[in-house]
Write a protein that binds this ligand. Sequence first.
Ligand code: BES
Ligand code: MG
Ligand code: ZN
Length: 545
Amino acid sequence: MLYPALTVFGVSLFLLANAVADASFGSWTNSAPNLRMEWTPIPVNVHVDAISDSNTTLDTYDLLFLGMNQVGKENSTIAGSLQLARINAKYDGAIDRLLEEATNFTIGDKTAIMTYNTASGQKPQTLIIIHVGATAADARKVGTDLARTIQGGKKAKSCAILLPNQKSTREASAYVTEMTTALWVGLYKDKRFKSIKDDTDDAGNVNTIDLIVPDGNYDRETIRNAIANGRTHSAAVYLSKDIVNAPHNVLNSVSLVDTAQRLNKMYKRTLRCQILDQEECQRRGMGAYLGVARGSETPAQFIHITYRPPKSTYWSKSAPKLRRLGIIGKGLLFDTGGYNIKTSMMELMKFDCGGAAAVLGAVRAIAELEPRGVEVHFVIAACENMINERAMVPGDILTASNGKTIEVVNTDAEGRLTMADALVYVDQELDCDEILELSTLTGACMISLGTSIAGLWTNNDQLAVRLLESSARTGEKIWRMPMEADYRDALKSKVADLKNLGARYGGAIHAALFLQEFVEGDKPFAHVDMGALRGAPMGLSLYLE
Ligand code: BES
Ligand code: MG
Ligand code: ZN
């Protein structure tokens, strides 16, 4: 007999041989789905610090960014900076000359770039960049511009940014947080799948970025905290981008669980992570979600992470009830369309976990920022919309966990099926006071609003105001769309309670109305159709402040 001869101490040599062959694929194997996704770290070689104006010598920097809160010398930081005055005097009024030219800029104008020789013919050259405007949006421009400049500039080693004058410490902090976030996010590059890791474009040769704080304006500790917040937001965005960028053979429902559990381990103090496996979801009657997951190699993974503020008593039964918020993200690690197979843009569909990416990024930011007085439940019904002999087919009738039956008219309208059970769980089982749902739900929403604005649907005006406010603060654009009750008839099915497809026109509105069917009564509920944002979570963490 061949088989026993090949078995040594109970280990089949066939299996061993397979394992060895599999290992050659690096991050994934041929016989089993990949179990772990690599995370991109924030470049560590860039040291950002706050330095007081009187303690620095500005002309030693290779790159100098001057923030101005308004056009003209008067009232600008430049007038208040001892060091600039000193440089100005040393180099024959060079700053004055730059400012005269800068008077032509308007607030919010494009960054002006000027080259300034530190002394006639001397090297290195100092590049001075004047930026007009002191709002959060201006701060983002400075950060993005800075990232681009240092990535491209091979010579510059040190860089200083003179912060613009602000009315209050709060505004100064917001400026610095936005600016540093935009800087680090601007430096993000996904090199995880490159065999040759070229790190010269990370941050050029710049290893010091000093934020020069005008003397007697706001204190250095405040600015240092604002830098730390920028780092926190950036780490969250890095994780979101990594999730959206990872291809399906690297990131599947199982490796997404690994990512969630790693976060949970990092923030043990405030997080709890529970995974409902396929059997548990079945026991709970999540037929809509499981209908989608049927066709995939990896089993459905229902991820539930809870955040509670750091006070151990909050975990006990007798603890006071905190405002309870549910945040759900669409977690399709790939969307082929199923048997209604996609005929276009399938290659993009690794991004169909943009909602989940935003949610896990927000978990990271929130666990780091530790907002008080709120309990947050993060939920992702993770799976893939694939084809095999078990996959759902058009015409199937699925039963969701609230008992509603759904006729699957089109297997490509799968996101709303997974969301149906996630919404019921957050609404009924967790009893959340407010529900926010994020998903790359429809191509129709992108047709309506383009590639940089997400659609917002909500039954609650106050919730709309709060979300629109955090959107304005972060620059992640959303636009409120109508929950048009008259369109609801289009979701009626002849054979089931609902069908998963509305009318051809206004497809994104029909999708929103479908989701609303799985939240009881008039509980505040918001749906963000975010194909356009693909995982930017900063607005989410601000919304919780
Ligand atoms: N994940 C897609 C939505 C999507 C498509 C977002 C392209 C961004 C870009 C979703 O599951 C889907 O396939 N929606 C269909 C719905 C249709 C079958 C009613 C769509 O939008 O085409
Ligand atoms: Mg689809
Ligand atoms: Zn999808």
